[in-house]
Design a protein around this ligand. Structure first.
Ligand SMILES: C[S@@+](CC[C@H](N)C(=O)[O-])C[C@H]1O[C@@H](n2cnc3c(N)ncnc32)[C@H](O)[C@@H]1O
Length: 424
């Protein structure tokens, strides 16, 4: 569950029943005096969704009983994680406009997004005309016509339906149909892959798509390769853990190196999300699954305390003409924000620098990059960890080349020698 979620404890059915007559009739009390509802009754689950949205966000919705009934806490987790992703990577983003692909009849994501962040606007799309009609009504019911636009995608093989009036969308989001066939859906139900509210009869179009969710998200990746920077963060939820590996492989094969995978757990249900970008701002603080991280962070253990390592680092960074400022220094942790304007560490670059110094010439790199160095102490007072995190700009060979250079020099300063030594 997201730490900012209002659903960090189970909903109080008694309180909801007292407040909402429409919910009251579905609430029963067990022998243990606990109130409960029959999660196999679509009307009861629908009323729970309707009342939770009204109670927590003052959102009014309606949707047909034979369509997917959105589990509100789980949908909120995705919205809150998106907010984190934006805060983490787009510090000066003001006018935020997102796309919800497959908005559904409930229009749940745009409504929750607008209720939790007043700066957000949405374009919601769907291939299903009845869902489009309901979604439009739900937007009107909440007087959000100026913030949420709903559009019909006529061709189901197309994913993105962008408006010419919006040059760049901040993000796209999607809860795609998970399964590729009725058999796969039945198997998923047997394996309890779906949440209890799935008894709310997701229709075939909501649950099934060609190639299942892997097929859907891979089509999204293919279209993103054409759209590139029209969307800053492309994201999608995944219902099946087995989808992560082939998608990450596809991103790597497509040359996309800025991506992140996370999970959302709510009660017994776990969902995953993937985000990728053609921009170079990399997330550093949001919740992400380490095992799926692209390698943009390295760490070395050093036999000196953080103050000593810091005193070794400064002259090395100065020698390489790398701008560095201390942005944090507390509890045995020192953080340095660094900017590289040009390659000054490769052998060829060092030879050229010597020549240029003589000729008093200066040349800036066309591709500057930024990174962070985090020095943290360990349990032992004479040990510390130096971590480098690639934040933006540059390219992978440049970043990795710089790290091997820095690692070698700092290790030598600390008395660790591996093979040939660094010479200026
Ligand atoms: C799992 S439902 C999600 C509905 C809603 N967003 C939610 O979370 O409850 C998937 C939705 O995607 C829609 N869909 C399927 N293919 C689509 C496409 N190519 N473009 C837009 N929507 C599509 C379906 O009609 C369905 O409404």
């Amino acid at each position: 569950m997201h730490p900012r979620s209002v659903f960090n404890k189970e909903p109080d059915f008694n309180r909801l029943a007292e407040k909402y007559e429409s919910f009251n009739k579905f609430v029963k009390v067990g022998n243990n005096k606990r109130a409960y509802i029959d999660f196999k009754d679509p009307e009861a689950v629908k009323q729970l969704t309707v009342c939770l949205l009204k109670d927590q966000f003052d959102i009014d919705i309606d949707f047909p009983l034979d369509s997917l009934c959105p589990a509100v806490p789980n949908r909120l987790n995705y919205i809150l994680w998106l907010q984190d992703l934006i805060d983490d990577t787009l510090t000066d983003a003001k006018d935020i406009i997102g796309i919800d692909i497959g908005v559904g009849a409930s229009c749940i994501y745009p409504l929750l997004g607008c209720a939790t962040d007043l700066n957000w606007r949405f374009l919601g799309t769907d291939i299903d005309l009845r869902s489009i009609d309901y979604a439009i009504e739900n937007v009107k019911r909440n007087h959000l016509e100026d913030r949420i636009t709903i559009k019909h995608t006529a061709d189901p093989s197309k994913i993105f339906l962008l408006e010419d009036t919006v040059p760049v969308y901040t993000f796209s989001m999607c809860n795609p149909p998970f399964y590729s066939s009725q058999e796969e859906l039945d198997e998923g139900l047997d394996n309890k892959e779906l949440e209890p509210s799935a008894v709310c009869n997701g229709s075939n179009g909501e649950m099934i798509t060609e190639g299942g969710e892997y097929g859907f998200i891979s089509r999204m990746i293919e279209e993103s390769l054409i759209l590139q920077k029209r969307v800053i963060w492309y994201t999608s939820m995944m219902g099946l853990k087995r989808t992560i590996r082939p998608l990450v492989r596809l991103l790597k094969e497509s040359g996309i190196s800025n991506y992140v995978v996370t999970n959302f757990t709510q009660g017994n249900t776990t969902r995953w999300a993937i985000a990728w970008s053609f921009y170079d701002n990399r997330p550093t603080h949001i919740k992400m699954l380490e095992s799926w991280l692209p390698k943009y962070s390295f760490e070395v253990e050093l036999p000196q305390n953080t103050d000593v390592v810091h005193s070794f680092l400064k002259p090395i960074l100065d020698d390489l003409d790398i701008g560095h400022v201390v942005s944090g220094d507390e509890d045995g942790e020192i953080i340095l924000d660094c900017t590289v304007d040009k390659n000054t560490w490769s052998r060829a670059a060092r030879r050229q620098r010597k020549r240029q110094k003589l000729e008093q010439e200066e040349e800036k790199s066309e591709n500057p990059f930024q990174f962070k160095l985090e020095l943290s102490s360990s349990q032992s007072p004479s040990l510390s960890y130096l971590q480098i995190i690639w934040l933006k700009g540059g390219d992978r060979p440049m970043f990795e080349g710089f790290w091997s250079h820095l690692k070698k020099r700092i290790e030598e300063n600390c008395g660790i020698y591996r093979g040939s030594t660094f010479s200026k």
